[in-house]
Design a protein around this ligand. Structure first.
Ligand SMILES: C[S@@+](CC[C@H](N)C(=O)[O-])C[C@H]1O[C@@H](n2cnc3c(N)ncnc32)[C@H](O)[C@@H]1O
Length: 281
């Protein structure tokens, strides 16, 4: 039986991409769950949701809300790649200066290309935002833009935008859902009982860590969303740096994830990583 998979705070949509068969993450992003994908998938499987979902919804009030669906839908991805290739043909600094603090375009694939360009060249995956309809990048990382020659201590670093384009091309092999929805909006509550098996993955901005530029979701709202989606009939999984006491008190399970061997991420957090979850009521 297939199922509907909803990422309420999708960011770079690591879990959706993984479930659809992606073998690389799109790019480094503050708070990405790519390195926890295997353990999270095992939890989804234990709850009876196995294999790729046949319906996907991705929500985020930041630029990912429009960029993530563009990355998955083949027609939009094709256009997005064309726009990114045009940006990659320019000098990276010139292209960056032409985008940062300039208006965000309306055309979704162009918007997504400009966003992914800026996001790929930001330091340590720090989030690019939109302010008053203009792009706000936290900075231009020269070594990601131009690459670095090998030294005695470090290997060569290749320019990152061409590698982003290769990753996007590799998504031609994704297992496509029959429906792809969501949007650039805050995590919505359910609009009624869920009609089919549904997995909610809620990966909010963590309490007390670097905020995101286009939205917030406080603990009380996270708990409320988790409870209402479960009440509506979904299996709900919430990531945080702790098991959420408000949910554990109500009988939800809390699991500590381990980082897995072979993890070479430079963006490894020092925090613990927990999932609080419950089967549908
Ligand atoms: C921890 S990150 C998600 C990372 C994602 N799982 C990944 O693998 O890339 C949290 C995301 O929540 C988004 N966010 C902030 N406020 C939100 C809200 N009210 N509703 C939904 N998402 C929100 C942020 O823009 C950010 O992209």
């Amino acid at each position: 039986v297939s199922y509907r998979f909803i990422e309420l705070c999708c960011g770079s949509a690591s879990m959706t991409l993984h479930l659809l068969g992606a073998t690389s993450p799109l790019l480094p992003y503050q708070g990405s769950k790519w390195r926890f994908r295997a353990e999270l998938t095992r939890l989804f499987e234990r709850s009876g949701h196995v294999g790729p979902p046949d319906q996907v919804e991705l929500y985020d009030p930041g630029p990912w809300g429009f960029a993530a669906p563009c990355v998955i839908a083949p027609d939009r991805r094709r256009l997005l790649i064309e726009h990114l290739e045009a940006l990659a043909a320019l000098d990276a600094r010139t292209a960056y200066d032409a985008l940062h603090k300039e208006p965000v375009p309306d055309e979704p694939a162009l918007m997504a290309a400009q966003y992914l360009f800026l996001q790929r060249l930001s330091y340590s995956g720090k989030a690019v935002g939109i302010l008053d309809g203009t792009w706000r990048s936290p900075g231009f990382n020269t070594s990601s833009a131009y690459g670095l020659a090998a030294t005695e201590r470090f290997g060569q670093v290749l320019p990152m935008v061409p590698s982003l384009i290769r990753t996007l091309r590799s998504y031609d092999r994704l297992i496509l859902p029959t429906r792809l929805g969501g949007g650039r909006e805050p995590a919505p509550p359910p609009d009624g009982p869920v009609p089919q098996p549904t997995v909610i993955y809620l990966d909010p901005p963590y309490a007390g860590v670097t905020a995101y530029p286009n939205g917030q979701l406080g603990r009380a709202d996270v708990v409320q969303l988790a409870l209402t989606w479960r009440e509506a009939g979904a299996a709900v999984f919430v990531s945080e740096a702790e098991a959420l006491p408000e949910l554990v008190e109500l009988g939800w399970a809390g699991e500590l994830l381990t980082k897995g061997r072979g993890d070479t991420s430079r963006f490894r957090g020092k925090q613990e990583e927990w999932v609080t979850w419950a089967l549908p009521r």
